[in-house]
Ligand binder design. Structure first.
Ligand code: IPD
Length: 268
């Protein structure tokens, strides 16, 4: 089945724009903060309401598609072969603390709603605090606020600014901290901004040289990974060829190869 990836990209941009306005303009003075996998894995009423808003909009324009949302899981059969992968607020902890690094991420994928098997067709990420929207369609390039991305590639890992992130499980954080401890002397510096989708977009537009993380949800990286790939970055897993919950590594060539080699050595 062929898909109009440019039309899907436009829809993704509309969805993130609408949800981005909602979570900033309608932010209540009193956020209700609950938790999910652990006591530090935050969710607010704005996460669930923004996801519902996005699904309602997507249903109105693409009634036969499927959905995979961070808050509501998998819903509706994808009669068209297209599933929308939604993170209504990526960087919820930053959102709760009123730090500006949070985003809305929406991607359209074809195939089973599983990163090992899907093909990402189009996606968009908005950071409402900085009024920046990145988007991409498969084969159609990536852009930031409508301007095509064409940032130079970094040249070596020891000069590279590398972002990473940490999961919410203490044991996993312990392992992630051990890797950062060993990687830090090998790079220019490390950043932990707190929203994986933004990390990926910042590698795409050249404000970061690379990014890696283990334990992400598919909604964290579906759109950002396509945006980085369409901007000319190399996107992979750590032990697997494609990004998944077991690992995501993104950087320009040759830093990607150098970073991957270092991570594989450190992770044994
Ligand atoms: C989290 C952020 C964070 C990353 C975590 C994710 P959430 O997403 O992307 O940067 O390190 O692994 O879970 O929970 O804010 O949607």
């Amino acid at each position: 089945m062929t898909h109009d990836v440019s039309a899907l990209r436009d829809i993704a941009v509309k969805a993130v724009t609408m949800a981005g306005e909602f979570i900033t303009l309608e932010r209540p003075t009193q956020l209700v903060v609950g938790h999910k996998s652990t006591s530090t894995d935050a969710v607010t009423q704005m996460d669930t309401q923004a996801e519902a808003l996005i699904v309602d909009y997507l249903r109105s324009v693409r009634p036969q598609d499927g959905f995979l949302g961070e808050e509501s899981g998998e819903s509706a059969t994808a009669h068209t072969g297209v599933t929308w992968v939604i993170d209504p607020i990526d960087g919820t902890v930053n959102y709760v603390y009123n730090l500006p690094q949070y985003a809305v991420s929406v991607a359209a994928v074809s195939g089973p709603p599983n990163p090992a098997e899907w093909t990402v067709l189009a996606g968009a990420v908005v950071n409402p605090s900085s009024a920046e929207t990145w988007s991409a369609s498969r084969g159609g390039g990536a852009s930031l606020n409508g301007t095509a991305l064409d940032a130079p590639q970094p040249t070596s890992l020891d000069q590279a600014l590398i972002a990473t992130g940490f999961g919410y499980c203490p044991q996993q954080r312990d392992r992630q901290a051990a890797v950062v401890r060993e990687l830090l002397p090998q790079v220019r510096d490390i950043r932990r901004l707190g929203a994986a989708s933004l990390d990926l977009c910042l590698v795409a537009d050249g404000r970061l040289d690379g990014y890696y993380e283990q334990g992400l949800g598919p909604w964290d990286f579906a759109a950002g990974a396509l945006i980085a790939a369409e901007a000319g970055r190399v996107v992979s897993g750590i032990t697997e060829p494609t990004p998944s919950s077991t690992g995501v590594v993104v950087a320009g060539d040759p830093v990607h190869g150098q970073l991957l080699k270092a991570l594989r050595t450190l992770m044994g």
